[in-house]
Every structure is written in C-alpha cells, then in structure tokens.
Design a protein around this ligand. Structure first.
Ligand code: DC
Length: 247
C-alpha cells in the first residue's frame, strides 16, 4: 500500500461521475461465478498472477490491457491520431473481443489470440494516450463487463474500482518502480529502456487510473514477495472469500 499515490478528491469525483454516467450496469446479477479483479501498475506482476489464478480456480482469464493495446495497434496501422477519441472509440467498437473455447477461456481479438505486435515499442509508445479517452473506455468497459459476466479473473487498472466495483475478490499488486522496470526489462529486453518507458508510462497511466486500490482491495506488494508467494496468498484469498460468499 505504501508505494501507492494518494487519489486527490477531484479524481475520486471524476471516477464516481464516470460510474454513474455509464449506461452499462456493473452489476453481475445473481453472480453465478466469482469475479476476481486484479489491478496494479505496469510490471507489478498482474499477468503472471492472473493466468495462474484463473487456471487454479478454473475461471476465464481476461487481460484488459491487451484490449487497449489492440485499439492502439489498429490506430497505428490506420494512421489514426492517438488523440482522436471518437475515431479510436469507433475502432474499439469495430473489433471483436471474445473468449476462446479453451479449458481456461481467454481473450481472442477478432477471433485470434493476441499477438506479439501488441507488445511492440510502437504500441507501448501510444497506448496510454489511447486509453485516456473516455469514449474508448466506455466502449471497452461494456465489452469487459460482458466478458466477465459469468465469472472471471480480470486484470487491468480499473477493474475493482470501475468495471466490477462489486467483484467478489479485489487484489491490487504494487511494487517499487525499479523492480517493475527490471521485470519489464527481462520480459522485453533492454533494462535501461524499460526503466525509462515504465517511468514515463506510469506518469501517463496515472492520469487515467491513479494507482489507488479500491477501498476493499487486498494489496500485495510484489517488491519482496516471489511470484509463487503472491500466487499462494491470492489463491488463499479467493478460496476464503468465495467459500464465505457461498455460505
Ligand atoms: O497492463 P498493460 O500495461 O498491458 O496496459 C496497457 C495500457 O492500457 C496501459 O497504458 C494502461 C491501459 N489500461 C487501462 O487504462 N485500463 C485497463 N483496465 C487496462 C489497461
């Protein structure tokens, strides 16, 4: 929790306004299966945890960062200005986001598994600007709610606060910037570039989603915890909370 910035009151108000403006209800009705929200900044370990957790509890796994990346990638290909919110939202609305028919369903983009282009430097360079537009967020948020309606492990930045504020389990991963940059460097090659890009992206991402956990989120600091330790704690939380909800 200590590495998270504090949300200023105007941001909190913006977020609740965003929620009430939203026509697509965040409610998951009678909640047939649990929703597990994993939020946190770049390189905090969300994807590693999300995938393992989804497999362990046999729920679909949805990485929402890939959805913003897919819109950014398409915008780059079509030479659409990353500051043109309406045009970007149109792209988001044209694309299809579905779940694969695997044992652990995961995101398909236009019927295909997400490819390496979504992790390219070009996409990294514009995705924060693309994700900033309320028009884009509204389109993707409605799709995220549909994808997760039957239960899911969903990772992103605003899952426990905006997409599924009634999620059964909310986990917020934090880690120091240097540890996160080190992880991105190992994943993508080029440690120094990674430090610069994580720092820059943190600043841009924080304008859209301040690094503040939902009040009822469980914060796990991955600076010192190994990915196995994070997984064991998260799994324990999911099992304890979902079993308690069933009683
Ligand atoms: O988690 P990631 O680094 O793959 O996310 C890519 C970008 O999308 C990042 O700039 C933050 C943004 N994002 C967002 O605004 N909301 C989400 N739910 C997920 C990602």
């Amino acid at each position: 929790m200590s590495s998270c910035a504090h949300m200023d009151p105007s941001e909190a108000t913006d977020r609740s306004r965003e929620r009430s403006r939203d026509e697509d209800s965040p409610s998951r009705g009678d909640k047939p299966s649990p929703a597990v929200a994993i939020d946190g900044p770049a390189g905090s370990g969300k994807s590693t945890l999300g995938r393992r957790l989804a497999e362990a509890v046999r729920l679909p796994y949805v990485n929402t960062g890939l959805m913003y990346r897919a819109v950014a990638d398409r915008a780059l290909k079509r030479e659409i200005d990353p500051d043109d919110g309406p045009a970007l939202a149109e792209i988001g609305g044209e694309m299809t986001f579905t779940l694969s028919p695997d044992a652990i369903p995961s995101l398909l983009i236009d019927g295909e598994p997400p490819g390496p282009a979504l992790e390219s430097a070009a996409v990294e360079g514009v995705v924060s600007r693309v994700a900033r537009h309320p028009q884009v967020r509204t389109v993707l948020r409605a799709i995220q709610r549909r994808l997760g309606a039957g239960g899911c492990v969903m990772e992103g930045r605003d899952i426990g606060t905006v997409v599924f504020p009634d999620a059964d389990v909310k986990i917020f991963l934090s880690a120091t910037p240097s540890v996160r940059a080190g992880r991105r460097g190992r994943e993508r090659g080029g440690a120094e570039e990674a430090v610069a890009s994580v720092t820059e992206r943190d600043a841009l991402d924080a304008r859209t989603n301040p690094f503040v956990p939902a009040p009822d989120a469980h914060v796990l600091d991955t600076t010192v915890l190994s990915s196995d330790a994070v997984f064991v704690r998260a799994l324990d939380l999911v099992r304890t909370i979902t079993e308690g909800n069933r009683r």
